[in-house]
Write a protein that binds this ligand. Structure first.
Ligand SMILES: *Cc1c(COP(=O)(O)O)cnc(C)c1O
Length: 377
C-alpha cells in the first residue's frame, strides 16, 4: 500500500537530537529553537518569529494578541481545518464563514467586504495547499475597516505571494510543523509578526504569563507572573528535528515539486478529456508543493475513485467537511452569503500521496491506478 503521507527524514535529525541531549537542554528556547527562528528570519524575511507547540497554538496566540473579545466577529473560509476557527472560538468570537473560490479553494476575496459588520475584528485567510490567497485585496479591506489579518499559513511555509513569504503579510502568520506538513518536528508550529509592539506580550503569553524571556536575556534579575499566559514553547528535541529539515528545505522543496509536477503532467490528459480538474496556481503565487489534489465530477465519483485506488494499493484521502455544516460550526458560526462552492467543491476533491520519500515507481503506480478507474476509460 502506498501511504498518503510519511514524515520527511533526511538523516541529520538524529544527530541534532543527540546534540540536544548532550547539551543537557531539553526544554524550550535552547540552541535549536533559536536556529529554527533564525532560519525563518533570514529565509522568509520575518521580523519576529516564535516557535510554538503547534499551528493551533500559534493561532490561539494570534487571537489573543489581536485582542479578540467575546462577541467579536472573525471572517474566514468554511473550507479549512478546525483549528482556524477553534482558536477564535476560545476567545468567545463568532465565526463568519464566507465562500471559497473554486480555482484555488481559498477564501473568495471578493465576498469578504460584504460580510464585514461593526463587530468584525479580524480576517483569517487560509493559504490552502500552500497557494496564496489574494492578499492585496484582503489587506485593503482590513485597512479600510481597521481589521487584523491572521494568516493561517499552516500549509504555506516557504510559499510566496508577489515575492513576500506567506505568513509575513498580515498582522500575524501561523505555521505548522506537524508531521503532515512539508517540514516537520512531529508536532509544532510558529507565530510570525512584523510589529515590535507585539513582542513582549507574545513572549509573556508563551511563557506561562511570566517575563522569563526577559530574564533569560539578562534584562531583569528575576522573573514573575505579569499577565495572562500559557505554555506554548516546544521542546528542544522537537526543534532539533525541525532544524535538520529547515537546513535541507531546498532538498525537500525540490522533491515535492518534482512529485507535484509529475502528477500534474501525467494527469493532463484526463483534464483535457474533462474528467478531472487539476490545481490552479495564480500568477501572483509561488506555491510550495504542499499538496497535490484532483477534483472529480461529484461525491459519488469521488467515493468510488477512493475505493478503487485503495483496491489498487494507493491511499488517497479527502478532507474538510465544511466547518459551517459541522455541529460546532453551527453553534459558533454562521455562513454569510450563499454557499456556491464550499460544499460542492469540497465534495469533489481527492488528495494524492505526496511526501519526500515517495519513489518514482510509487508515483507512476498512483497515476496508473487513476487511469484504470472504469469511469475514466
Ligand atoms: C495543519 C493545519 C492546522 C493545524 O496545525 P497543527 O500544527 O496541527 O496545530 C491549521 N490550519 C491548517 C489550514 C492546517 O492545514
Amino acid at each position: 500500500m502506498i501511504d498518503f503521507n510519511k514524515p520527511a527524514y533526511l538523516g541529520k535529525e538524529i544527530d541534532y537530537i543527540k546534540d540536544a541531549i548532550e547539551n543537557s537542554k531539553l526544554c524550550g528556547d535552547g540552541i535549536f529553537t533559536k536556529k529554527c527562528s533564525q532560519w525563518m528570519k533570514d529565509e522568509l524575511k520575518t521580523k519576529h518569529c516564535l516557535l510554538t507547540t503547534s499551528c493551533t497554538h500559534a493561532l490561539e496566540m494570534s487571537a489573543y494578541l489581536a485582542d479578540i473579545q467575546p462577541g467579536d466577529e472573525v471572517i474566514m473560509p468554511s473550507y479549512t481545518f478546525v483549528s482556524t476557527a477553534d482558536a477564535f472560538v476560545l476567545r468567545g468570537a463568532k465565526i463568519v464563514f464566507v465562500d471559497i473560490r473554486p480555482d484555488t479553494m481559498n477564501i473568495d476575496e471578493t465576498k469578504i467586504e460584504d460580510a464585514v459588520t461593526e463587530k468584525t475584528k479580524a480576517i483569517v485567510p487560509v493559504h490552502y495547499a500552500g497557494v496564496a490567497c489574494e492578499m492585496d485585496t484582503i489587506m485593503g479591506i482590513a485597512k479600510k475597516y481597521d481589521l487584523k489579518v491572521v494568516e493561517d499559513a499552516a500549509q504555506g511555509v516557504h510559499a510566496y505571494y508577489k515575492g513576500k513569504a506567506l505568513g509575513t503579510i498580515g498582522d500575524f502568520g501561523c505555521f505548522s510543523f506537524h508531521e503532515t506538513k512539508n517540514y516537520t518536528m512531529g508536532e509544532g508550529g510558529a507565530i510570525l509578526f512584523q510589529d515590535d509592539k507585539y513582542l513582549e506580550k507574545a513572549e509573556i503569553l508563551r511563557e506561562k504569563g511570566t517575563d522569563r524571556s526577559k530574564f533569560f536575556r539578562g534584562q531583569i534579575d528575576k522573573y514573575t507572573w505579569v499577565d495572562f499566559g500559557s505554555s506554548y514553547l516546544p521542546s528542544e528535541l522537537n526543534a532539533a528535528y525541525l532544524y535538520a529539515q529547515l537546513e535541507n528545505a531546498d532538498a525537500i522543496d525540490k522533491k515535492r515539486m518534482y512529485v507535484w509536477n509529475f502528477y500534474h503532467e501525467k494527469l493532463e490528459e484526463l483534464a483535457d478529456r474533462g474528467l478531472i480538474e487539476r490545481p490552479v496556481v495564480p500568477d501572483y503565487a509561488v506555491h510550495n508543493a504542499h499538496m497535490y489534489y484532483i477534483k472529480v465530477k461529484d461525491l459519488d465519483v469521488r467515493t468510488r475513485l477512493i475505493a478503487h485506488l485503495k483496491e489498487n494499493g494507493v491511499c488517497a484521502v479527502f478532507h474538510y467537511i465544511p466547518l459551517h455544516s459541522a455541529t460546532a460550526g453551527r453553534k459558533f458560526g454562521r455562513f454569510h452569503g450563499e454557499d456556491v462552492y464550499t460544499t460542492k467543491e469540497s465534495e469533489r476533491l481527492i488528495r494524492l500521496p505526496m511526501f519526500y520519500s515517495l519513489s518514482k515507481e510509487e508515483m507512476q503506480k498512483v497515476v496508473d491506478a487513476i487511469y484504470s478507474f472504469p469511469d475514466f476509460k
